[in-house]
Design a protein around this ligand. Structure first.
Ligand SMILES: *Cc1c(COP(=O)(O)O)cnc(C)c1O
Length: 421
């Protein structure tokens, strides 16, 4: 018998994997250039922001891109530009980062939660359609983990009901559906450049669209309701949600690296998916990539765990034991949005109204996820199979020694406390 690292045995891995985010001298040069220019912010012709917007629009195949201060800011702006306000409903998936829903709430709107597809964990089109009412002003598709939602079916539903389709691409920059980039398929696409995302400046975001009229409103809402190129006049209520020149200059550099990284991550993910496929109890999310998913964004590589195959240990024990073996894995359960206190608990100060159509599959998925990659703060999917094979060894070690975890759970009557995070 081998002792698990959680109980003092030697860990499978002591070296680190590739870090995230990645950077080199190019970022340093870009930052120095902005510093020396003495133009560190603002919206002006010839800015770093403008250059990055052009590069991003070209990369994604859309004519209009606007940089903003965060992905959440981008969602707020996109929804407001589409006319979402007090009393309006917006259909969102029940499993997503909470900002997808709170962007609706801060505008006075009501998020309506639809369930997820059990295989891909993206919004279930049938549930989204069931969520539509006469108050619905938009549907938000989230490409969770970098896996595109079913844009064919969602597009048809949105068209039939004359409701705009917004894409939350915070986790999916570079992913493609039927050869077209996520973000370019609906009316508006929103990206995040926060620390774990596919390109990052620590914080930041972008809003893209094919529609010139929407693009003008987006640019204006980001800059106090002042139309692009106009000085002095503020024509509508907006915010300051601009991005700094430092951030835009870094993003321009990071975008150059994106395709190369996506290729490396696809290789790492394919290796791990295949190597772990024979482990009983671990199921890849999704089981197979659908033909319409022409590129996965690989924000994460996700599995669901069936505890029965691991001696009925808690998923928390599994994750903590894996972390102790030197494998970066997310330690916490996700929370389905309807269960977040702001939506579930009407005694909280900021209780917000919402409506839930269905949340059964979202709830089940949240408590069974095992996530690798940037979702766990690691760049390990960039690593070669010679490194990633340690993940497989660690999972096998836990599988073969799950009795130690079960015994510890029995003695404690609880699950282990995550260490160091
Ligand atoms: C990160 C994220 C956001 C919010 O982006 P920020 O830049 O952190 O504001 C929204 N939706 C999803 C799915 C995200 O992952």
């Amino acid at each position: 018998m081998t002792t698990l690292a959680l109980y003092g045995g030697p860990p499978i891995r002591t070296r680190t994997f590739q870090p995230w985010p990645q950077s080199d001298q190019t970022e340093l040069g870009a930052l120095a250039g902005v510093l020396a220019s003495r133009r560190w912010g603002g919206i002006y012709s010839g800015s770093q922001g403008e250059a990055f917007e052009r590069a991003l629009g070209e990369y994604l195949g859309v004519p209009h891109a606007a940089v903003v201060s965060s992905g959440t800011a981008g969602l707020m702006i996109a929804l407001k530009a589409l006319g979402v306000g007090a009393g309006d409903e917006v259909v969102v998936p029940a499993m997503t980062y909470v900002a997808t829903a709170t962007a609706v709430s801060v505008l006075g709107g009501t998020p309506v939660f639809a369930d997820i597809d059990a295989d891909t964990h993206t919004i279930d089109p049938a549930s989204a359609e069931a969520a539509i009412s006469e108050k619905t002003k938009a549907i938000i598709a989230v490409h969770l983990g970098g896996h595109p939602a079913d844009m064919d079916r969602l597009g048809r539903i949105a068209t039939e009901h004359s409701v705009p389709l917004v894409e939350d691409c915070a986790q999916s920059l570079g992913a493609t559906w039927g050869g077209a980039h996520t973000g370019s398929l609906g009316q508006v696409g929103v990206f995040s450049f926060a620390s774990t995302k596919n390109i990052t400046a620590g914080e930041g975001g972008a809003v893209i669209t094919h529609d010139a009229g929407l693009a003008a409103r987006i640019a204006s809402l980001r800059d106090h309701g002042r139309p692009l190129g106009v000085t002095g006049h503020h024509l509508e209520l907006g915010w300051n949600l601009r991005l700094s020149e430092f951030q835009s200059s870094i993003l321009d550099v990071q975008l150059e690296r994106l395709d190369h990284q996506l290729t490396a991550k696809a290789r790492g993910a394919a290796f791990l998916t295949s190597a772990l496929s024979s482990t009983p109890g671990l199921r890849s999310v999704p089981a197979d990539l659908a033909p319409r998913v022409t590129r996965h964004g690989r924000f994460s590589l996700a599995f669901t765990l069936d505890p029965e195959a691991f001696g009925n240990i808690s998923i928390s024990s599994f994750r903590t034991a894996l972390r102790a073996e030197g494998i970066p894995v997310g330690l916490r359960d996700l929370t389905a949005c309807p269960d977040e206190p702001i939506y579930a608990d009407d005694t909280t100060r900021d209780y917000s109204h919402s409506r839930t159509v269905s949340c059964t599959r979202a709830r089940a998925a949240c408590t069974r996820l095992v996530m690798f990659g940037q979702a766990a703060g690691s760049g390990m999917l960039l690593d070669d199979s010679s490194e990633l094979t340690d993940v497989v060894r660690a999972v096998e070690k836990i599988h073969d020694n799950c009795g130690q975890l079960r015994e510890a759970e029995r003695q404690r009557g609880t699950t282990p406390v995550p260490s160091g995070s």
